[in-house]
Design a protein around this ligand. Sequence first.
Ligand SMILES: Nc1ncnc2c1ncn2[C@@H]1O[C@H](COP(=O)(O)OP(=O)(O)OP(=O)(O)O)[C@@H](O)[C@H]1O
Ligand SMILES: [Mg+2]
Length: 506
Amino acid sequence: MSIITAIFGSKKDKDLKHLRPIVEKVNSYEPWAKSLKDEDFPLQTQRFRERLKAGETLDQILPEAYALVREASFRVLGERHYDVQIMGAIVLHEGKILELKTGEGKTLTSVPAGYLNALEGQGVHVITVNDYLAQRDAEWMGPIYSFLGLTVGAIVSTMDNERRRQAYSCDITYGTNNEFGFDYLRDNMKLRQQDKIQPKHHYCIIDEIDSILIDEARTPLIISGQADDDTEYARNAEKITQYFKECEKDPETGEYPVVSAFARFEEGAKLEPDGDYMLDEKSRRVSFTKEGMVHMEELLKRFGIIQGSLYDDENFEYIHYVTQAMVARHLYKRDTDYVIADNQIQIVDEFTGRILHGRRYSDGLHQAIEAKEHIRILGKNRTLATITFQNFFRMYDKLSGMTGTADTEATEFQEIYKLDVVVIPTHLPVIRKDMDDLVFLNDKFKYQAICNEIARVHATGQPILVGTVSIEKSELISALLRKMGIPHEVLNAKNHAREATIIENA
Ligand SMILES: Nc1ncnc2c1ncn2[C@@H]1O[C@H](COP(=O)(O)OP(=O)(O)OP(=O)(O)O)[C@@H](O)[C@H]1O
Ligand SMILES: [Mg+2]
């Protein structure tokens, strides 16, 4: 312990010190909540709303409201919020990030905060990482909210506009960041106010906030459509087609040209990693050095794609095309980032491993990948509306989130979103063994060790779920297991159609 923390107490102690008295107040209302009849709960909600209208604040109402929700939860699910969960719910209400270890019941912890903030009648959004969780949580927590007289809805990707509208009109709406983001963009493209379905961005609780706000923060959501027939576009499209032409299959012979434009480009220019360009694998960017730009210009000229300087107005966009071509070539992997199905490039959702039907990479990247994979290049899509998650979530009047592990990213949350991370202890001491990572010298050793472990566990009759980062890896493990004679199923984006059967049999 440093001298400073010894004198002033650590941040964790201070956070808890501030929360404890509020929890005690909540506890003091427990006898009152217990004395209520079931039918009193919605009436009480009504009363809270009136008190807010009369000028009371959410903070003033919080102790009674939280006591009411706790009792509702106990009557509906048989689960009474532990004191640490009440603390967690206060952290959420304060617009901060709650760190509570896995399995401690964050789903239930979000309910008092959702309830309290929904009293203002402007909607509360609970954001989950996938459709399954949105539906699960809405169905699981829904009965508590209903018992209290609030309505609950969930948005899932397959819903039509009308059902979405209904879900958004509820007091509490569950859904993924993707759905919320895209509905916002679609709303933005609607001309008439009455056609919009997503009401205000009042308060949101983001589950697994680290994966949504840090890992995916800068991913832009993009709605694109076929570009209009304006001349500017036509001119560009022609240039792109010309540029990518050499990668297309020859319709006469059915063969691909021996060397694709990019291969020729790279060979001819001798573009060297580090010397000419730099790859940034994490943010998926390619940047060219000054030398690289000179080589790029030489090549584009040699192939007759441009005349004059690369920096001339009419040539400038080729820097972008070449950059995207390099990104496609070096930073996007087939069967990891995308698959080829129905002769199309289909994006694989990096979190769920599912195919994102009909989605295309923006900014010419999709075309560049099509060219790389020798697939018919579809017209350049024009971006109609776009926003990053970072900017989307900044629109909320109040933002909060929860996760099992935020403390390590606390500085990033603070810097990007001005969000404070509060660590709440577990209800009981942790007895689970959180093991250290195992490190292997190479992939081969690692996968063999995984398969040996699978074999060991399988022999005991215990079912095993093995997660991999990519389709390729899932197939690699599958091949090893086949060799070892261990029966198994593989579920990845390639056999999506059999998903239901596979899970059913599991
Ligand atoms: N107060 C409670 N009393 C009894 N059971 C509870 C209570 N709170 C949560 N649980 C149970 O704990 C289990 C784990 O809850 P939950 O899935 O919400 O945890 P979590 O913190 O979200 O975990 P993860 O970090 O893995 O998402 C659930 O089965 C839930 O019913
Ligand atoms: Mg959870």
